[in-house]
Design a protein around this ligand. Sequence first.
Ligand code: M6R
Length: 602
Amino acid sequence: MCGIVGYAGNGDGETVLDVLMGGLSDLEYRGYDSAGVAIADEPVAVHKRSGELTALEEALPDADVGGGAAGGAGIGHTRWSTHGPPSDANAHPHTDCEEQVAVVHNGIIENYESLRSSLAARGHEFESDTDTEVVPHLIEAELAASADREAAFRRAVGRLEGSYAVAAVYAADETIYAARHESPLVLGIGEDGHYLASDVPAFIEHTDRVIYLDDGEFARVTPTSVTVTDERGTVLDADVDTIEWDAEDAGKSGYDHYMLKEIHEQPEAIRTCLRGRVEELTGSVTVEELDDLDRPRVVHLVACGTSYHAALYGARLLRERGIPAQVFLASEYDVEAIPVTDGTLVVGVTQSGETADTLSALRAANRARAETLALTNVVGSSAARECDHVMYIRAGPEISVAATKTFASQQVALAMLSSVLADESSHAFVGALRALPDQIQTVLDDSLAPEVAAAYVDADAYFFIGRGYAAPVAVEGALKMKEITYEHAEGFAAGELKHGPLALVTENTPVFSILTGDDHLGKTLGNVKEVEAREAPVIAISDAPDRVARHADFVLEVPETHRWFAPILANVQLQLVAYWTATELGRSIDKPRNLAKSVTVE
Ligand code: M6R
């Protein structure tokens, strides 16, 4: 939910502050209602502001703040509020009474109220509404008992209950102390110093060598060393991984928004997802990571938001292949009400691998001794590390809050998963999968979405309908529209329209109708006629323009494909319509209001 960055080093020409500000700008997608930095000067120099990062930039002093040419250490934070509204006081970092230690935190400290009252009773003064502020005061209290800074940090963290990635700097000390429990934290090994962040884009321009911290681990980061320990301070052997994408991949590459860039990256994302996993000659699908997975008796898919829509799509595929599959909103998953039995595979579908609701569902499944599989985009994420199995969707970094390319990659990965679990494939299936990237490119090149967006930008509301495999895509189309335009949008299974929502349909509510695949086209066309009769504009998304054109005001065409994959192509058109409508309305596309990329609280 929040972004943490830390740096200890000589900056190679940049000040510590520059490095931190660069990292925060790369992490803004994790939260952007306030931001702050602390440099380990004497006393600790803290600068923080509510609002976007530009507000902090304007508030910084002109001269180098600490850690100038000589280097030093500092931490930074970009916030998405959980305790207390966005304000300067609630922005991180937070300090102790004497400004000797500054702390940034991501997650929720569940016992902060009791900690705060006992600290207040001992004379500690608090300036914010946040849970985080107890941490520097706990450290201050521990330091009074013993001067060992690392031990004080460890003991203070030991008193926290809840989830946290936490980092601290002390006055006049070039060391960052950090710890992780249920909230991501990764260390970067650089040439001119070392880094720490909630996510790799914060320092990828400086180094691609990383160490992922595990739950319960602590780190000590100095300009010349990185040390990982357990909670007792015993030094651990940490694996150093190499990131296979670079700063260019994480940048906008000339597009106005990350969302548009990521929509256009879908052909490449799907090629990468398929690479080495499908064999056209034999019509087979092999996913190496799943080699030790047997055919499950039943599959539970748990997910949130866009990933939930992908899970709905995947469950249908599994069922069609003869494997009973149920989908649960992760926040509603209840292993007691729906028991996990022998042969149940619980699949967490999560782009980030850090969504708290999904992790909590997966942890419940682990406790119930179900076999668990993470279907995720982020290597080394909590879901990837906590599940028995992991299948990566390989979409590359997705920065825009609105999930686009990861949805397409999830659908493709789920199609392959269904094939592996059911041990069933065909030339037609593999051939259609292989053709998808070029077909998506055709949609991207020829889409009329900008015209459609301009035509209906003043609509009262937007509705989306689809049937069968297209039903989850209709709901996803509506989510994308509401998320980035702030306009009312709803998606329905096409057959449901007449059972209530039709009452909302007027001449000013365009209905986006997914009309693909011969088996359902006729029935959905019937629903379109109900809409036409209410004089609502109809925008058909179809692979059969000749059949649907006379019922539609616009046709957004998609190439013909296997009936399972037509909705993947249709979804690209809907992503573009949402994007261009939000552009017409001048919205903050990559960082929609009230939302964050990675939702790490339940
Ligand atoms: O990282 P996850 O896939 O677990 O995230 C789940 C949802 O928070 C996410 O899909 C959200 O709905 C997107 N912002 C939608 O575009």
